[in-house]
Write a protein that binds this ligand. Structure first.
Ligand SMILES: [Mg+2]
Length: 367
């Protein structure tokens, strides 16, 4: 198949705000809604779709300055478009909002390229595996014990997840008890992860790690803030044997990932395709992991990660995050369905395999 004219004709952005199904909190934040910013790019008679979970203020940035840069360029030249986009945000700061905007555009460009070639994105990227393992993630600190038990047990029993993750750090003195509740809910065999979202100091994190070691916690995420690479490295070197330290969800540029990998500060690097420069940035960060012999895990937004997870080296698992799973099923036909604790690209659907349910999404439009 040949695509003679793949000049980008249109770049649009919309924001949607979806209330959570109940109040949610972790060790350092509480929230009752989630914002998705969706980007669509048209070229060669096809439309690519990408998104990020960020803020509605991205809409004018994407639809204005960034769209102007991408328009009329050849949609296949993703590397060159990305380079121009990153250069254009230098004075805004490349990290944070600007990175999430570029991530959504990059994802849309890859979806578009795969659609123009009529290939599932995983096949275009080159598959290393057919399916991606997922771990259930939620267990918010705002939940009752009963809600916590039910949510974690369902991931193991219904979705076949081999691991689940809960939040800690809102009331650290109660956390050892909550971790015990979680362990009892999932049984002896499932892996248990905890995520402090940077709520603790390094010393307190090590003390807590010792307290919960009896529950065989396999992964301690962001015990201290990811800004403190040295603190993470301290916790990593003092944590009980078998408890891995994970971080990286606030990595926006390769420099952020290098900082976490160089001591190393983590046993597993988390990479978020919707923050770290999209599919392109994810694969670059994965190459850094490969060079450091450190495994990676995809952070949140499972529908956006499904294909690249099948292509990346040293990939371990994807986060099956409660809020995003819910929104992606509300918004997209073709959103991934778990089977035996894994998700897989649809081999018959080109691109990401997602189709926006316009009418369902429009109800939540805020920008
Ligand atoms: Mg986290």
């Amino acid at each position: 198949m040949s695509v003679r004219d793949a000049a980008i004709r249109r770049v649009t952005a919309r924001a949607f705000e979806v209330p959570t199904d109940q109040p949610e909190a972790d060790g350092t934040l509480s929230w009752d809604k989630t914002t998705m910013v969706l980007v669509e790019i048209e070229a060669g008679g096809a439309t690519g779709l990408g998104y990020t979970y960020a803020d509605a203020s991205l809409v004018p940035l994407i639809a204005g300055k960034l769209a102007t840069i991408a328009k009329e360029r050849d949609a296949f030249d993703i590397t060159g478009i990305d380079e121009a986009l990153w250069r254009s945000v230098r004075n805004l700061g490349r990290s944070g909002l600007a990175a999430t905007a570029i991530s959504a555009i990059d994802i849309a460009l890859w979806d578009l390229k795969a659609k123009l070639l009529d290939l599932p994105l995983a096949k275009l990227l080159g598959r290393r595996r057919e399916r991606a393992r997922i771990y259930g993630s939620g267990g918010f600190t705002s939940y009752s014990d009963e809600t916590l038990r039910r949510q974690l047990a369902d991931w193991v029993e219904k979705d076949g997840c081999r691991w689940v993750k809960m939040k800690i750090g809102s009331e650290p003195e109660d956390d050892p008890r909550r971790v015990e509740v979680a362990r009892r809910a999932i049984g002896a065999d499932a892996g248990l992860f905890v995520d402090a979202n940077g709520a603790l100091t390094a010393q307190r994190a090590v003390a807590f790690a010792e307290q919960i070691a009896a529950q065989r916690v396999a992964w301690f995420e962001e015990p201290v803030t990811s800004d403190d690479a040295e603190g993470l490295a301290f916790v990593r070197s003092h944590a009980p044997t078998g408890m891995e330290i994970a971080a990286g969800e606030y990595g926006y540029t390769l420099d952020d990932f290098v900082r976490l990998l160089e001591r190393p500060s983590v046993d597993v690097l988390q990479i978020d395709v919707t923050r770290a420069g999209g599919i392109s940035g994810f694969l670059q960060a994965a190459a850094l992991c490969d060079a450091r012999h450190i495994d990676l895990s995809g952070h949140c937004a499972p529908a956006a990660h499904r294909h690249v997870a099948c292509a990346a080296p040293r990939f371990r698992h994807l986060e099956w995050f409660h809020d995003h799973v819910r929104i992606e099923h509300m918004f997209f036909d073709g959103a991934p369905q778990p089977k035996d604790g894994t998700i897989a690209p649809d081999p018959s659907a080109p691109g990401l395999g997602l189709r926006l349910k316009e009418r369902d999404a429009e109800r939540f439009r805020v920008g």
